[in-house]
Design a protein around this ligand. Sequence first.
Ligand SMILES: [Cu+2]
Length: 427
Amino acid sequence: MPIRRNLTTLSDDDLDACVQAILALKAAGEYDEFVTAHATATMRTPQQAHMSPMFLPWHRQFVRAFELALGPSFALPYWDWAADQALPDPTKGKIWDDDFMGGEGDPVTTGPFRQGQWTLAGGGPLVRAFGSPPMTLPSAADVDAALAVNVYDAPPWNDVAMAAMGYESFRNQLEGWLLKPTQAFQPQLHNRVHVWVGGSMDNMETSPNDPVFFLHHANIDRIWSRWQAMHPTSGYLPAAGVPGVSAGDVMWPWDVAGSVVTPDDVLSTNLLGYVYDSEIQRSATAGGPHGDAFDDSTTIEFIPAIINSVSATWNTVITSLSTNYKYDGPAPHGTPVSDHSGSVTVPPHQTIQAITVYTHKDHDKTGVAALSIEVSGQPAQLLGPAQTTAGQRFAAPPGTYIAGFVGRASNRIYSLGVVALPMQQGF
Ligand SMILES: [Cu+2]
């Protein structure tokens, strides 16, 4: 599964591969189609892409489509602008290196997207005008404040001042329209980054003209994913009844019969086929269910409601290896099942949020671990390096750990995926 990584951790080769993929998409004429789709979506009524609860699912689908256009297994890096905010000079962050995104200017004259090398979808060169103090990038504290809001969205489901109206809205706080009663309006978080980069990015319709858009929105998506993990009982809102923006409503332009996309379809990044490096690291530090010093784990997410039953069996071939897993369903929450091996069966029609498998840090020394999943007798397809059917096992080779797990319910075919990575990556 593609792992979206913080761009500051990428090698020069990986950064260059990203630039080359973007340039190739541009040369093929496909890049500009994304700019046009974004602009058209922005001008439609009702608003879905912005100033709407669909802001996050719409851009998740949009960025994922872009990522797939760059390559079937391509992973977009993300730009952690809150980390750059803390730099002595945020305009000197790695993202702006000459061999990555290039710098600012009217027009931009450095980097691969400089004047003469990169023409906007509507014509003309790329422009950037970085904010100067007191205009700053959002801070880590700003991100944490948004993450603390446990309600996804609230009436009137748009960009107006919800805090001032007595409502809380994670979505609107992250999107950045939120007017705090105690402060004069200024763009926050997502909006603030667009304004800070300035120029081409500071245009709500055509901002994808700057490739930085996608690195920025990968980070926005990462923050949403983090919020989802932090607030597992806070779902997308409105669930129903608000025309055009409810959980089951179709998001334009993904309205082609037979392949429509709704917010409900994009609630899990794993189901869409990617994961963030920070997700892996966060689960890795969560600790084992017994409070032991386990240092790696995998999270299994399933689309709720459709699955009749799931049983997961985790065991180790080398029996001296200590392995635990737990079932993070609605109840009992996080029940540790056993050491060494065991299984858990989820009752029919239960919502499964996650099954987490913890393996002991020494397991790279001791050999093979196996995980088997059975989904109510249905064929289960592993999306990772092995294919299986119901009840069959995925075997992680020695020296790997299981980094991600996917359940997918599409046309009632259940797919399960595993990612196995070398131990040295991140742990
Ligand atoms: Cu947008």
